[in-house]
Design a protein around this ligand. Structure first.
Ligand code: MRU
Length: 361
């Protein structure tokens, strides 16, 4: 099934829409073990902060199914080992640890091993439903900030591919389009892995949202030439003071937006807010392999001897952020107060068992 979600549970396995093939190839990857899920997260077959959290949650369902015949303490120990390994697959997005912690809470409350897989599957399904609902609310809050005919620049991919569906920053664009605001999206290609050119462009076309693709380097000249009314991006982690970790290049856009007096919005669920991290300085930044830069489409473009740095994310200081759009509403500076007020109240509760969720098979 290739529908409006990047992952789904089917016949005892996690199915992923393999994002490394898009847009040329729409293919499904079936993960039958948590180790396969971990590999898929590392290889960006599933990516985007909320989506990797969900993938890890289903990964823990697979870990529980593998150990369900053993006594509960052994089963929980195996689950904790899988959780620890999944947690390290990508260090920057806090949604990963957030989802894993919630799954471990559900497991901790379970009293017998045979029912553990179903309990966890119910929890993962509930988490996915909550994320979808959250994104719709983010979309509505954010769309109200965009004027008629706004030309909105976005970065990386924050659409249904990066979430349980609908998208965060992309959800704002989707909602504004659905409301008939006549917006035009400017999508940056997002080097080195081209999430903008490959994934956001694909989603924009599918959604019928008028859009133009640009190189990352063209953003400044468009802003200077009065071609951008607002910038909207997603986030992988938002520190307690409002500093934002997102795809590398986000900081550059924020500086440009400030220089040209263009509003710079961040759209993210409250599960992306990390109140335990005081500022962006304490957020771990993932370094990825050099081949992402030295080769394009599998073809080497840089000399073999050249040294490479490839940070996958950067930090945008909170002073450059006009507002943070969450499911609980639009938060404006000072972020320390606004985030503290919104996060505990708005953070989705630990999912409970639901009758309508699909059964583990
Ligand atoms: O390396 P990626 O593709 O996982 O990076 C994704 C981003 O930076 C997104 O902007 C972020 O996760 C928000 S997705 C709703």
């Amino acid at each position: 099934m290739i529908g409006d979600a990047p992952l789904w549970w089917e016949d005892g396995a996690l199915c992923l829409l393999d994002q490394t093939g898009l847009p040329q190839e729409v293919r499904t990857l079936r993960c039958a073990s948590w180790e396969e899920v971990a590999d898929a997260i590392r290889a960006l077959r599933v990516r985007g902060a909320p989506a990797i959290g969900l993938a890890a949650a289903y990964g823990l369902v697979l870990a529980a199914r593998a150990g369900a015949a053993r006594p509960l303490p052994e089963c929980l120990e195996a689950l904790r080992r899988a959780a620890a390994a999944l947690r390290t697959t990508r260090p920057t997005a806090v949604n990963l640890g957030w989802a894993i912690d919630r799954m471990l809470e559900v497991a901790g409350a379970c009293r017998d091993a045979p029912s553990l897989p179903q309990r966890l599957l119910d929890a993962a399904n509930a988490m996915a439903r909550a994320d979808l609902e959250t994104n719709r609310r983010i979309g509505e809050h954010g769309a109200a900030l965009l004027g008629a005919g706004a030309r909105v620049l976005t970065y990386c991919n924050t659409g249904m591919l990066a979430t349980a569906g609908y998208g965060t920053a992309f959800g704002v664009l989707r909602c504004a389009h659905e409301q008939g605001r006549g917006i035009h999206v400017i999508a940056c290609e997002t080097r080195p892995v081209l999430q903008g050119a490959r994934l956001t462009a694909w989603e924009l076309l599918r959604a019928g949202i008028p859009a133009t693709l640009i190189t990352d380097n063209a953003a400044g000249t468009l802003m200077r030439g009065d071609g951008v009314d607002a910038v909207i991006v997603g986030a992988d982690r938002i520190a307690a003071n409002g500093d934002v970790a997102n795809k590398v290049g986000t900081y550059t856009l924020a500086v440009l937006a400030r220089a040209h007096k263009i509003p710079f919005y961040v759209a993210a669920p409250l599960s992306t807010v990390d109140l335990a991290t005081a500022s962006g300085d304490a957020i771990p930044i993932e370094e990825r392999r050099s081949e992402e830069i030295t080769a394009i489409g599998g073809v080497r473009v840089a000399p073999v001897q050249i040294a490479v740095r490839n940070p996958a994310f950067d930090i945008t200081p909170h002073r450059l952020v006009t507002a943070i759009i969450t499911e609980a509403g639009v938060i404006r500076p000072p972020y320390k107060d606004g985030l503290r007020r919104a996060a505990p109240a708005g953070a989705p509760p630990v999912p409970r068992r639901s009758r309508s969720a699909p059964r583990a098979r």
